[in-house]
Design a protein around this ligand. Sequence first.
Ligand SMILES: Nc1ncnc2c1ncn2[C@@H]1O[C@H](COP(=O)(O)OP(=O)(O)O)[C@@H](O)[C@H]1O
Ligand SMILES: [Mg+2]
Length: 376
Amino acid sequence: MVDRLKIAVLFGGRSGEHEVSLASARSVMSALDPAKYEIIQVGITRQGAWIVGADVLAALQSEAFEGTQPVALFPDPTRRGLWDIENLEESARLHLFSRVDVVFPVLHGTFGEDGTLQGLLELADVPYVGCGALASAVAMDKVLFKDVCKAHKLPMAAYVGVSRRRWEHEPQAVLDEIERELTYPLFTKPANLGSSVGISKCRGRSDLLEGLHEAARYDRRILVEKAVPAAREIEVSVLGNEAPSASVPGEVIPSREFYDYAAKYLDEGARASQLLIPAPISAALTEQVRELAVRAYRAIDGAGMARADFLLDGESGALYLNELNTIPGFTKISMYPKLWEATGIPYSQLLSWLIDLALDRHGENRRSERVYRPTA
Ligand SMILES: Nc1ncnc2c1ncn2[C@@H]1O[C@H](COP(=O)(O)OP(=O)(O)O)[C@@H](O)[C@H]1O
Ligand SMILES: [Mg+2]
């Protein structure tokens, strides 16, 4: 029998989206083909500890950690795999540490989706699913992402980046600047967060003051953006490395005024936000969405996967790129895999594809020479 690939599935994490990650990981682990893959569950606690054990997912869910064991992945490619950090010498002598062929980070938000983990995985020289450190970090920072997309002439709602320090030191100048550049209603957002946390819709100056204050709780960097009128939320899945392709687009019908935290995760049953797949938009708009998604993905040097989210002006029909999510929600009923399913790639096959892409990108990176020896 061929040796199965050992896939370390990482979940949980030091992020506001800890629970969302557990739900995504449960789906991913139940669908990885057991004939091809051996799963190593690696849970990351809210404090950032890495643990393994028989059912780490259940341990994280119930926050009862008996029977789990701390492990570490070293940023040192000469010490590969997961190490039992309470018995380091012993595990080194007996080669007890666990081999890892591919890491599958199913972590949303900070310290999982933002390039920090990807940096560690680069140092450790282990193949991993999804975008690299650069693409992850750029996609996570809403201001930098927009700056990059602007350079690539992708259509976006008008925006202004604000630093928290400057906002605190010269609020009047900041307000004047925002009001000179943009017209109400506006959205204020912390630059590096997700799940709509810290986001406000502002209809006038007093809202804007509150919105900036709220966003500044979460980040040093703040994005202020013009609201897209009667916005429709169109999403499309992108998959691939050098030759990415886009799925059929879908539409989210939020259960609230906008797609806020409650609309994403709290409203259930008849009150829940709805996903329409495919999105009820024209063939021409469908093509435009798919093309822009791939262009944005290439602009940030995307790899593996990302979900591209657009806002469609319900009045004028203008389309705006809103963001790329490099580790989108991954439960079986999440938009990213559902869109691929509608495009003809079933969930399990999508996971295999992502693992192949991880190996491909790792191989491609390894082709680059790391040592330069001048000849003259
Ligand atoms: N410029 C905008 N115009 C209209 N609605 C917006 C705008 N920006 C954000 N929203 C609403 O807020 C939601 C969350 O904003 P988003 O930028 O996607 O942040 P997150 O990363 O938290 O998902 C969007 O899905 C949309 O409903
Ligand atoms: Mg969003």
